[in-house]
Design a protein around this ligand. Structure first.
Ligand code: F6P
Length: 418
């Protein structure tokens, strides 16, 4: 009978728990019984506040070392019991950063193969956001935010001192968790679960993405590009309408650009979602028109006819003088989406972007010729709702002022994001 143990590997903040949940849920979608065994949860239950202090993680602290080993062994026993019953895949969610710990796991779990999945991610923005979020957990209720951040960073430092990357184990997969990419692997050929897990790991997983453009600005009315204009009264009404539409929906994260129009559109949404995390990402700033920033389209046509002519000849590749093209934009928008997806994990989130940004974002989900991307219609009175999970591929366009017609299309052939 084919059964499999999976043991996560990696420092805190590298996306292990999100990945473990995706593996469990992705396998469940295939009718496979999978369960997560989390060392951190057991530690908090058994030891409480005592195990929050960074000293507990000091490799020279024998009490902490032994307690963590014991917790791990308990979970290994529970995993064995699970696979001795009707469980098919048991997933250990823990750091397992030392070679010694992984040898102990391999030597204990002998009745079925053990696949180690190492999660890596060295993006400082993501690590920083992760640590700041950790500081809000009940575990740190007695700490100030700064103390909690410092304490958690110290804990990570201790883990770093005993960290060995995987490579010597029998079966393993090393994953860039923010890019959904397998960096290296030693596949478990005999396990039918290996291809299923690999597929889950490399697939973009979106529980719920709401994608909207900011409301109308004076620049939009005039046909002026770029800049940092505020919303018009109509733009504010559009933002209110969007907020009303999203009011009853769960929204854990709101990502804006760094521009005022994006922030002003987010404001009413956030009034209804006070617990949502907010982050302004430069990656979602509108295409940079360089020397043409703040100009009217008509002015550009008149004063810089070569810009209009060249752009019309190949809008996707055309680079504004000292500015960007859609082709250039693609890179940073992908990076922004990767960051947003990593931070949101398996939770619903909103991106409040701009015309060109939203075109590029949508093109990542639609099979679109690049020449058509810069012309995708992005009105300011509708948003998109996108879901991409093993059981759900949804692409829905929802009007929020009652004027546009509703479209509801299942994504038959989504573009895989890498
Ligand atoms: O006109 C609004 C705007 O967001 C500008 O700031 C930006 O330059 C433009 O849209 C992008 O659209 P296009 O590539 O069609 O000019």
């Amino acid at each position: 009978m084919h059964k499999l143990y999976v043991a996560m590997v990696g420092l805190p903040g590298r996306g292990k728990s999100t990945m473990a949940r995706r593996i469990r849920d992705g396998l469940a979608a295939e009718g496979i019984n999978a369960r997560i065994f989390n060392n951190g949860d057991m530690r908090r239950k058994l030891l409480g506040a005592e195990s929050t202090s960074p000293d507990f993680y000091n490799p020279d602290n024998s009490f902490g070392r032994e307690a963590r080993e014991l917790i791990c062994r308990r979970n290994l026993e529970a995993m064995q019991d699970y696979l001795n019953g009707d469980g098919e895949v048991a997933i250990l969610d823990a750091t397992n950063v030392s070679r010694q710990r992984r040898m102990m796991i391999e030597n204990t779990l002998k009745n079925h193969p053990v696949l180690f999945v190492e999660c890596m991610n060295e993006d400082p923005l993501l690590l920083n956001a992760f640590i700041r979020r950790k500081a809000d957990l009940p575990e740190y209720a007695e700490y100030t935010k700064d103390e909690a951040v410092e304490s958690f960073m110290k804990r990570i430092e201790y883990y770093e001192t005993i960290y060995n990357h995987i490579g010597k184990e029998k079966y393993w997969m090393c994953v860039d968790a923010a890019a959904n990419r397998v960096l290296a692997e030693q596949p478990c050929e005999s396990s039918p679960f290996y291809p299923a897990i690999r597929e889950i790991v490399v697939s973009m997983w979106i529980e719920s993405l709401y994608l909207a453009r900011h409301g109308q600005t004076e620049f939009n009315v005039q046909g002026r590009i770029g800049g940092d204009p505020p919303l018009t009264a109509r733009g504010r009404a559009q933002a209110d309408a969007l907020a009303r539409h999203l009011a009853g929906k769960r929204l854990d994260w709101v990502f804006t650009s760094t521009r005022m129009r994006s922030h002003e559109t987010a404001a009413p949404v956030l009034e209804n979602h006070r617990d949502a995390h907010v982050m302004a990402l430069r990656e979602f700033d509108e295409i940079w028109a360089g020397d043409c920033e703040n100009m009217l389209y008509s002015e550009i046509r008149e004063k810089m006819p070569e810009v209009t002519a060249q752009r019309n000849a190949n809008k996707y590749s055309y680079v504004y003088p000292n500015g960007e093209s859609y082709a250039i934009l693609q890179e940073r928008v992908r990076r922004g989406l990767r960051r947003a997806l990593f931070l949101a994990g398996n939770a619903p989130f909103l991106i409040l972007g701009h015309q060109a940004i939203n075109r590029v974002l949508l093109s990542l989900f639609l099979r679109q010729r690049t020449e058509d991307v810069p012309y995708i219609h992005i009105p300011q009175n509708q948003y998109y709702h996108i879901q991409l999970t093993p059981t759900r591929k949804l692409f829905e366009r929802i009007p929020y002022d009652g004027k546009a017609a509703k479209q509801d299309t299942s994504l038959k052939d989504p573009q895989i994001y890498s």
